[in-house]
Design a binder for this molecule. Structure first.
Ligand code: WT7
Length: 664
């Protein structure tokens, strides 16, 4: 083992390798590299037989499928299409009559530390009761239901109840603004919103229902017939007569038994909005059968889940990670999981470590941005260093959402995993439904900063702009060459955009992930180098640059033009930098500061706090070509504080560069 001399070098040449221990290999479901390779070979030889076998072994089918893949309308692939299934049955009912029925399904820890537990049997009763409530309100199979809730058992119940009656849920993260919520309600044509009066974050009570009211009042939400309000805190909230009903009042008297509605495997289980390279978020539509297969299987493969495990994924249900690895995967696999409402830094930055100790967590899955902020906190204050807690229960660590830098990886490995726990660096996306490229704990030798190799059946590759394979060691475009069951089915209401975004003609029909990647020369391991489109990754949250630009120019009294780029950031991975031309003279000094704050708050209102630019710079103009195209690569260099060494000969107004570089 050699220690690289600098962080830059460590990213480029990472030669530390961590082999799985003999004991881990021996006990693993996929035991050793030969077992992994055998599965890959099985998938390559006859993909349909491979996926059919897994779908039969892993899911309970109400009516068995006879067809595996239907590619007659590619890229609108269908999987197991004539099979009938229910996701909630597969997460709950299937465990009844087995030892899992009395096992704890969810250990819920609230922001203030209060703990609530539910068993599988109890969860089934709660989901069924809420499913009956939805039905009684007129929610039908195929209807869309928006869920705008904090992390709660009820949030999971709401998702599962929709699945149970064949309604398609669309969860909107509780940090999104009224405007963002309204756009999603409207795009999805939702018939109901399930929300809470307030949410608790870091000891603060923050409104949710008031934001729902504000969003609906913006118009275009006439499809909404009902708003169900879970009372998270005792504080009263506004209730609209005839439309709004309190959760606990609505469920009263409803039966705790509800026969699941079996749907075709392709039935949309959910639509989840994510950012793309245009101003409008895309509603990523997922299936029921294919999605659920991968949610369960990756729990068994990537996390090598054992009956006695206590699994904790820290993601919010508002993101895909919270769908696949909180609301569906752990339940479909019969796991005991921790669900957490609060934030990693409250009451102090030892919260995660304290919770791991308290709940004897064995598998811990979080984001690099959280790890980096906890490293910083631990380095600044001994008292919140993980060494203060007993983390012996841990056996496996995971990372998700953005590239993990080798330094953070090593710290996680040493101070959380005590050099004993493998780290699975899982690369995937909202669109992929579940893990794509990831180590397997009992097989794959680990290299810090690399997501290593694709899961069996996933034909990931790196190609050039014509779709030709590039050799290991050269960077290129990450694609997936063959369809897989949990892939995105379409963009809700916009099949053309789906085709254009993910299956561009130049790429031979491959799925375009939108990331750049490189494979190591020696092992062929993948390392993700970041997005190649106009999408930013800020603290593991996906943001479209155009989305933020649209929000800025929507402030029509002030803003004439805006361009948004990303800048590398030690803590958040990337930071948002906005270059803004105002409709008045370029401000400087205190005026610039005040206007920057005004614009930041405006973006927070338009999209949500996560979209607020870290840095706003004002210019008389933006660097443009003679044909009027904004030269973003120059803006990226300026944002990084780099000297402009690039060709500026096509630039209409070179003097602007200096102004933007100086302006702060
Ligand atoms: C984008 C997808 C994966 C679920 C949460 C985020 C980046 C994700 C990794 C990783 C490097 C990663 C990619 C991807 N990303 N995981 N392990 N290593 N980059 O889902 O919001 O759809 O974002 O996150 O850039 O395209 P998402």
């Amino acid at each position: 083992m050699s220690t690289p001399s600098s962080s830059i070098e460590s990213v480029l040449v990472e030669n530390r390798v961590f082999e799985p221990s003999a004991a881990t290999v021996a006990s693993a479901r996929i035991s050793g590299m030969p077992a992994y390779e055998a599965l890959c070979a099985e998938a390559a030889k006859d993909p349909q037989a491979f996926w059919a076998r897994l779908a039969r072994e892993n899911l309970g089918w109400h009516k068995p499928f006879t067809q595996v893949l239907d590619d007659s309308q590619k890229p609108f692939y269908k999987w197991f299409a004539d099979g009938q299934i229910n996701a909630s049955w597969n997460c709950l009912d299937r465990h009844i009559g087995t030892p899992v029925e009395n096992k704890t399904a969810i250990v819920f820890e609230a922001d203030d530390g209060a703990v609530t537990r539910v068993t599988y049997k109890e969860l089934l009763a709660r989901v069924s009761q809420f499913a009956n409530t939805l039905k009684a309100m007129g929610v039908q199979q195929g209807d869309r239901v928006v869920i705008y809730m904090p992390m709660t058992i009820e949030g999971v119940v709401a998702m599962q109840a929709c699945a149970r009656i064949g309604a398609t849920h669309s969860v909107v993260f509780g940090g999104f603004s009224a405007k963002a919520l309204q756009e999603r309600i409207q795009d999805a044509g939702a018939v109901a919103v399930i929300t809470a009066n307030y949410q608790m974050r870091g000891g603060k009570e923050l409104p949710l229902k008031a934001i729902v009211d504000e969003g609906i009042a913006m118009g275009g939400c006439e499809s909404i017939k009902k708003v169900i309000v879970f009372q998270r805190t005792p504080t009263a909230c506004n209730m609209v007569a005839g439309r709004d009903v309190l959760w606990h009042e609505a469920i009263a008297g409803q039966s705790t038994e509800c026969a699941p509605t079996f749907v075709g495997a392709e039935h949309p289980l959910f639509v989840l909005y994510t950012s793309g390279s245009t101003g409008k978020p895309k509603g990523v539509q997922h299936s029921t059968g294919g999605y659920l297969l991968w949610a369960r299987l990756t729990m068994l493969w990537t996390f090598d889940l054992k009956p006695e495990d206590v699994f904790w994924c820290t993601a919010d249900i508002g993101w895909i990670t919270g769908h696949t690895y909180v609301a569906y995967g752990p339940l479909a696999a019969g796991a005991t999981q921790v669900v957490f409402e609060g934030v990693p830094t409250y009451p102090n930055a030892g919260r995660f470590w304290q919770m791991i100790e308290k709940h004897k967590v064995t598998i811990f899955y979080t984001a690099p941005t959280a790890i980096r902020s906890l490293i910083k906190a631990a380095e600044g204050d001994e008292k919140v260093h993980p060494k203060n807690w007993n983390l012996d229960s841990l056996r496996l660590l995971g990372s998700v959402g953005e590239p993990i830098n080798p330094e953070a990886w090593m710290w996680y490995h040493r101070h959380v995993g005590h050099e004993r726990c493998p780290i699975v660096d899982t690369f995937w996306q909202t669109e992929t439904g579940g893990h794509m490229i990831t180590p397997l704990p009992g097989a794959t030798p680990l290299v810090p900063g690399s997501c290593t190799l694709p899961l069996p059946g996933i034909e990931a590759a790196i190609v050039d702009e014509q779709g030709n394979d590039v050799p290991n060691g050269s960077g290129g475009i990450l694609v997936v060459k063959k369809p897989w069951p949990s892939m995105i089915r379409t963009i809700w209401g916009d099949p053309e955009r789906f085709k254009k975004s993910y299956f561009p003609e130049e790429l031979k029909g491959y799925y375009l992930a939108g990331d750049g990647a490189v494979r190591s020369a020696d092992r062929g391991y993948f390392r993700i180098t970041g997005r190649i489109d106009d999408v930013l990754n800020v603290s593991g949250h996906r943001m479209g640059t155009m989305e933020i630009e649209s929000a800025l120019v929507a402030k029509t009294d002030l803003v004439a033009e805006a361009a948004v780029v990303g800048r590398p950031d030690d803590l958040t991975g990337e930071a948002i930098v906005a270059f803004v031309v105002l409709k008045r003279a370029r401000p400087t000094g205190d005026e610039a500061k005040a206007l920057a704050k005004e614009l930041r708050d405006w973006v927070g209102k338009e999209i949500g706090p996560i979209a607020k630019p870290k840095d706003i710079r004002f210019g008389d103009n933006l660097p443009k070509t003679r044909s009027g195209k904004i030269m973003r690569r120059l803006l990226r260099a300026i944002a990084k504080g780099e000297a402009i060494t690039q060709d500026v000969s096509t630039l209409e107004n070179p003097a602007i560069l200096e102004q933007l570089a100086q302006n702060n």
